[in-house]
Design a protein around this ligand. Structure first.
Ligand code: AMP
Ligand code: GLY
Length: 430
């Protein structure tokens, strides 16, 4: 049967998904709030619509006769877009609203881990009463992370002893307007991501990736959605062992067993600590930027995974090229706190050289490409080593004309990777 796939979302992650589907025997349609020029070029049709409006997405899916859908970002999942597509008979690879709570409600996420005895859960408490939360901070012996229960685009967490003092954390809690927060033990170590395709009670995992959340070089500045990321030619990363990677996979496997009926990508954000692998959070979708590391080296056809998921078949075993990747994002000046959107940018694709170029939250209009207030485009180097991949990414940036955009040039450099290795060695007392 010829498939018609609807891709929901218009960021860098979705451009990577579109690229993976473009070579398959499928017609691709996409919809997003911004017209992503990279996706638009690969797709047979592009609907500019509000992707958090389930009726609008469903109507577009019906208009293009979609047989399958893949939902990239979390906001449409939280809004029930997968439910609406499933109801219309268009299988959505992405969890329904209730299952997406594993990401969209951090209080639910932690209680779920506790109830099902999922390994790697930090000490935590949830609070509806913000004064009670402040008292807990005063009484707790150790540092805590303050986490709003709802979605904040990765920007709502404040870690005491890292980004803020206990006093600043309490001020943050009192001044913000959150209904519910989670306070949890501060985890110390190195973060990494493992993403898995999940359907029919099965999971298929992908290589580990390390994202860089902080806005500026040297891990300074506020948290962002992710400034760039790297993966190695093996399943694990240079600062961890293969066994530690497998511990993370075990956490994902136990989570899938307890999450009955989950379909879509399950993304585990982990902290490798001296006490083992701990869960920072789960997401109900591919990571952005992590999808741009993972999908270009995945040799198994993405379409085959989606079709098997829909058909209730066994998911195909995944194979990956033994290649490292480095992804660097170019973002508007001032991102994430005070981004300057609406500027026209010149992005010279031809000069990306050997690197892959993924458009992100930019908008293509009649007279050119405009930035929004989120990340603009990413380049990805793919090579035998992280160092080589980093050089490819840098060469592409030098040529791509940064047009007032900002990049963390340190991502994937030998220095920064070595700092990660040294950090873990130091924590382990080596
Ligand atoms: P999240 O929105 O849960 O991904 O959190 C954003 C970032 O905050 C994570 O990537 C971590 O860097 C940091 N973070 C979250 N929870 C903790 C924790 N318990 N301990 C230390 N850092 C944390
Ligand atoms: N890179 C972090 C995320 O996608 O949530």
């Amino acid at each position: 049967m010829d498939e018609t796939v609807l891709l929901v979302g218009g960021g860098g992650r979705e451009h990577a998904i579109a690229r993976s589907l473009a070579d398959s025997e499928a017609s691709l349609y996409a919809c997003a709030g911004n017209r992503n020029p990279g996706i638009a070029r690969l797709a047979e049709g592009f609907g500019t619509l509000e992707t958090t409006n389930p009726t609008a997405v469903r109507s577009y899916a019906e208009e293009v006769d979609a047989t399958l859908a893949i939902v990239g970002p979390e906001a449409p999942l939280a809004a029930g877009v997968a439910d609406a597509l499933d109801d219309a008979g268009v299988y959505a690879f992405g969890p329904q609203e209730a299952e997406a709570r594993i990401e969209t409600d951090k209080a639910f996420q932690r209680r779920f881990m506790q109830q099902h005895d999922i390994p790697g859960c930090p000490d935590f408490e949830t609070f509806d009463d913000m004064e009670a939360a402040c008292e807990y901070i005063d009484e707790y012996d150790g540092d805590l992370a303050v986490k709003p229960a709802g979605l904040t685009g990765g920007k709502g967490v404040r870690v005491i002893g890292d980004q803020v003092t206990a006093e600043e954390a309490k001020e943050y809690i009192r001044e913000s307007d959150y209904d519910r927060i989670v306070l949890e033990e501060r985890l110390v170590g190195e973060e990494f991501t493992v993403q898995a395709f999940v359907a029919n009670g099965q999971l298929r995992v992908t290589p580990a990736v390390q994202d860089h959340k902080r806005a500026y070089e040297g891990d300074e500045g506020p948290n962002t959605g992710g400034m760039g990321s790297y993966s190695d030619a093996t399943l694990a990363l240079p600062f961890m062992t293969e066994d530690e990677y497998m511990d993370a996979v075990d956490v994902l496997r136990e989570t899938v067993t307890s999450l009955e009926g989950y379909k879509g990508v399950l993304y585990g954000q982990f902290m490798l600590t001296v006490d083992g692998v701990k869960v920072v959070e789960f997401n109900a979708r591919f990571g952005d930027p992590e999808a741009m590391n993972t999908l270009p080296v995945m040799q198994t056809e993405l379409l085959d995974v989606l079709v098997a998921a829909r058909e209730d078949d066994s998911l195909p075993k995944l194979t990956f090229g033994r290649q490292a990747t480095v992804c660097k994002y170019a973002v508007p000046d001032g991102y994430p706190t005070d981004p300057e959107g609406g500027a026209r940018v010149e992005i010279d694709e031809d000069s990306a050289g050997e690197a892959l170029l993924f458009y992100a939250s930019v908008d293509e209009r009649d007279d050119g490409i405009y930035t929004t207030t989120s990340r603009s485009f990413a380049v990805v180097g793919v090579a035998e080593s992280v160092t080589d991949a980093e050089e490819i990414a840098e060469d592409a940036l030098a040529a791509a004309g940064e047009s007032g955009l900002r990049v963390r040039h340190d991502i994937g450099t030998p220095d920064l990777v070595q700092q990660r290795i040294d950090h873990m060695a130091e924590l382990r007392g080596e």
